[in-house]
Each structure stands twice: as structure tokens, then as C-alpha cells.
Design a protein around this ligand. Structure first.
Ligand code: NDP
Length: 443
């Protein structure tokens, strides 16, 4: 049995009941196989065995009191996966579906994503099964303060720097940061995604969505195509989806659909983003309300967004939201490119469909790396006690995304698999991490 196959088998056996983690490890180890199996120094140094085992897993109780005076308890997690190239870095997710398996899959992917940005950041991820939806601001604050009361002893500007993810936006980061500052009696870059008035970076809010479109734009251009005049379908209507839609529109595309966990909207004339921002960012309401703003738009309950005909699809909601049959529907309708704004939104089978049909496919760890890359720029500004202008951060973000494209393209070609950016991203991300591990000895 090959080295990668042995590690994969053991990782699955040793981590039972963690399907999402199994899926992420399977995807990475399978595509890395020809590369890693032909380099015996990796097996000798146990590189893959060490990589699939987090450096540290922290699980904790988060008690808080709701508006009725009742005590509630949630689970808290921080998985510190790898600090071999820099401090652990990765978001916090607050969503009822959060489990150890989901946090481990996200933390594992984060190692390779952060490596791809070219910045000195390691991989980590955290979160809670707390659901901010429907909670008052006071309840969210009480939860965040309790969560940070435990987390604060494990993080630090040079140790572990969390950020936002699903359910953790500007409001939550503000409450978390305030509590950290109070408990640690220190200010600085311990969290990213901070407000502009207390150390945040311009462009961080837009970074993941903009970065996704910058990378896809580069990929399309290298294949003699552009966003101009294309029809785009985007799932989700949160931070990533909104700013991907904005940038795609600026580049001349027409975004016709967005969704949330309740259903999706279709607006043949092109989505009115001001309306979406008011619904989602101001009112924290459901996407279905869009038809109050644009009566000609159609709201459909449930999933099904991938049946809408489009040239470019950008899944920006959550893991495994795009199945094999969704991928087949997209291909049948003439979709030429798919860029993953979310983490692992396509199932393994869906990814296969895209690759088999020569759809230009950018996996999440490359396509959505703009968020964490800009978080690293926020860390740099915090260390220097400076704030760069919007244009400067945006230019750096664009440069980083073009570099990522170049690296994954080159790695795919070197592996003899031109245009297979899954292979390209995994090898390019892995190489740097493996070299750093070899250099640092058995730790
Ligand atoms: P938000 O919380 O801002 O938005 C998430 C969106 O996805 C909402 O529209 C939400 O709908 C929808 N969604 C969430 N869970 C589900 C589900 N189970 N089924 C259907 N729809 C769902 O999160 P972000 O935009 O920040 O994150 C979206 C994705 O992008 C995630 O995979 C995240 O890991 C990834 N990502 C985010 C980065 C960032 O900088 N924010 C960076 C890199 C990746 P509803 O409101 O109904 O729950």
C-alpha cells in the first residue's frame, strides 16, 4: 500500500464519526499521492501523519444567560492545526451545525490555504454550535464574552489569531475583541476583521468575495475569457456572496441569483445589491424579502439554485452545498467556470464532474484565500501601528490572488495535469508546509 493510502486509512480509522474531516483529508491525500509517494523523505519524517493530527484541540463549555434569565450552554472549539509557517490563523464559525468534524476539516484545509497566500500564517479554526440568528444583541454579547473568557488563554497576536466565518461578522468580532482586551489587558492584532475604529483593515470586509473574483478573472483571462457579459449564479447571501456579487458586477457580469438556507431568489434583470445589503447586513432578515424590493424577482423555497442557467457559478454558502447532480445540471446548462467562495462547497463527486467536463474549477483553498490574506495584512498593519489606504490593500489583495493563480497553475502543469487546479492547489500549498516541517525537525 502506498504511503498516502496508509496515512489516509489510518486517519479515517483513528478519527471515527468525523465525515467532513474524512472528506477533506481524502481529497488532499488522494490528489497529493503521486507527488508525496515519490519522495521517500516525507514518509521517513512522518510528514503526512503529523499533518493530519492537529497540534492541539481545545474544547470547552460556553455558559451564558438568555433574555429570559435562563442559563444556556453551548460547545466551544479551537483547533490549532499547524503553526509550522506562522501563528495559527483561521476563522470562528457560529452555527448550530458546528461539530468537531467540521472545525477539523476547516482547520486542515486552512493549513494549505494559508500557505498558498505566501504569507507567514499557520492553520487553525474554531467556533461554536451557538446560533446568532434570532438572538438579541445582548444575548450575542453575553455569548461572545463567555466564549472569549475561555479562548483568551489560548490565543495571542503571535500565537493564534482568529477571525470571522459563518455567523461571526463585525458585531461578534467587536464583542469578542472587547472581552479579550479586558481580560488580557492588551490591545493589538489578536483578532482580525476588527472595526476600522479599533485596528481593522480597509478591504477586510470585501476581501474574500473580491479575492474570489480576482482569481476567477485571472483564470478566465488566461483562457481567453472574461466576466464581461457573463451570467453568474452565487449561493449564499452573506459576507462572501455579497462582495463577490459586487466585484463580478463591476467587471461587467450580471449576477441573477443569491440564496440563504431558506431558499433562493432569481432576478433576470440582475440582482439589486443595495436591496440585499439592506435585508442581510442592516435588517438581518431572510433573502425571500427581496421580492418586496423587486416585485419581478422570483423567490423559491429550498435548494435548487444550481438549476439556474449560468456561465459562471460561485458557491459561497457552506460545505457540501453542491452535489453531483447539481454539478451535472450546471454542466448541462453550459457553465464554463466554478469558483468556490465557501470552504468545500462541492462534494468530491461534484468536483469530479467539473474536472471531467473541463469546467474551469477553482477549489476553495485557492479561490477564497483572499479573506485570510487580507487578515494577514491587517496583522501587519497592527504590528506596524499603521493603516493603509483602501487602494493599497486592494492592490495587494489582487497581487496575492494573481500569485496564487500562477502558483497553482504552475504546480498543476508540473504534475502533468494542466488546468487541474485541485491538484495544483494541493501540491503548491503542501510543498511549503512540508519543507518547513523537514527543516524544523520532529516536532
Ligand atoms: P455568512 O454567515 O456571512 O453567510 C453565510 C451564508 O451562507 C448565508 O447566506 C447563510 O444563510 C448561508 N448558509 C450557511 N449555512 C448554510 C446551510 N447549511 N445551508 C444553506 N445555506 C447556508 O458567512 P460567510 O459569507 O463569511 O461564509 C460563507 C462561506 O465562505 C463559508 O463556507 C466560509 O467558511 C467561507 N469563507 C469565509 C471567509 C470570510 O472571510 N468570511 C473566508 C474564507 C471562506 P442563512 O443566513 O440562512 O444561514
Amino acid at each position: 500500500m502506498s504511503y498516502t493510502a496508509k496515512v489516509l486509512e489510518r486517519a479515517i480509522k483513528n478519527n471515527p464519526n468525523e465525515p467532513e474531516f474524512h472528506q477533506a483529508v481524502t481529497e488532499i491525500l488522494t490528489t497529493l499521492a503521486p507527488y508525496a509517494d515519490s519522495r521517500p523523505q516525507y514518509e521517513k519524517a512522518g510528514i503526512l501523519e503529523r499533518l493530519v493530527e492537529p497540534e492541539r484541540v481545545i474544547m470547552f463549555r460556553v455558559p451564558w444567560v438568555d433574555d429570559n434569565g435562563m442559563t444556556r450552554v453551548n460547545k466551544g472549539y479551537r483547533v490549532q492545526f499547524s503553526s509550522v509557517i506562522g501563528p495559527y490563523k483561521g476563522g470562528l464559525r457560529f452555527h448550530p451545525s458546528v461539530s468537531l468534524s467540521i472545525i477539523k476539516f476547516l482547520g486542515f484545509e486552512q493549513i494549505f490555504k494559508n500557505s498558498l497566500t505566501g504569507q507567514p500564517i499557520g492553520g487553525g479554526k474554531g467556533g461554536s454550535d451557538f446560533d446568532p440568528k434570532g438572538k438579541s444583541d445582548r444575548e450575542v454579547m453575553a455569548f461572545c464574552q463567555s466564549f472569549m473568557t475561555e479562548l483568551c488563554r489560548h490565543i495571542g497576536a503571535d500565537t493564534d489569531v482568529p477571525a470571522g466565518d459563518i455567523g461571526v461578522g463585525a458585531r461578534e468580532i467587536g464583542f469578542l475583541y472587547g472581552q479579550y482586551r479586558r481580560l488580557a489587558n492588551t490591545v493589538g492584532g489578536v483578532l482580525t476583521g476588527k472595526g476600522l475604529s479599533y485596528g481593522g483593515s480597509l478591504v477586510r470586509t470585501e476581501a474574500t468575495g473580491y479575492g474570489l473574483v480576482y482569481l476567477m478573472d485571472e483564470m478566465l483571462r488566461r483562457h481567453n475569457k472574461t466576466f464581461e457579459g457573463k451570467t453568474v449564479v452565487i449561493s449564499g447571501s452573506g459576507n462572501v456572496a455579497i462582495y463577490a456579487a459586487q466585484k463580478a458586477g463591476e467587471l461587467g457580469a450580471k449576477v441573477v441569483a443569491l440564496s440563504d438556507s431558506g431558499g433562493y431568489i432569481y432576478d433576470a434583470e440582475g440582482i439589486d445589491l443595495d436591496a440585499v445589503k439592506e435585508i442581510k447586513e442592516v435588517n438581518r432578515a431572510r433573502i425571500g424579502q427581496y421580492t418586496n424590493y423587486r416585485p419581478n424577482a422570483v423567490y423559491t423555497k429550498g435548494s435548487g439554485i444550481w438549476n439556474i442557467k449560468c456561465d459562471i457559478a460561485l458557491p459561497c454558502a457552506t460545505q457540501n452545498e453542491l452535489s453531483e447532480s447539481d454539478a451535472e445540471a450546471l454542466v448541462k446548462n453550459g457553465c464554463i467556470a466554478v469558483g468556490e467562495g465557501a470552504n468545500m462547497p462541492s462534494t468530491l463527486e461534484a468536483t469530479e464532474v467539473f474536472l471531467r467536463n473541463k469546467v474551469l474549477f477553482a477549489p476553495g483553498k485557492a479561490a477564497n484565500a483572499g479573506g485570510v490574506a487580507t487578515s494577514a495584512l491587517e496583522m501587519s498593519q497592527n504590528s506596524m501601528r499603521m493603516a493603509w489606504p483602501f487602494e493599497e490593500v486592494d492592490r495587494k489583495l489582487k497581487e496575492i490572488m494573481v500569485n496564487i493563480y500562477n502558483n497553482i497553475d504552475e504546480a498543476a502543469k508540473e504534475a502533468g495535469q494542466e488546468d487541474n487546479f485541485v491538484v495544483g492547489a494541493n501540491i503548491a500549498g503542501f510543498k511549503k508546509v512540508a519543507e518547513a516541517m523537514l527543516a524544523q525537525g520532529v516536532v
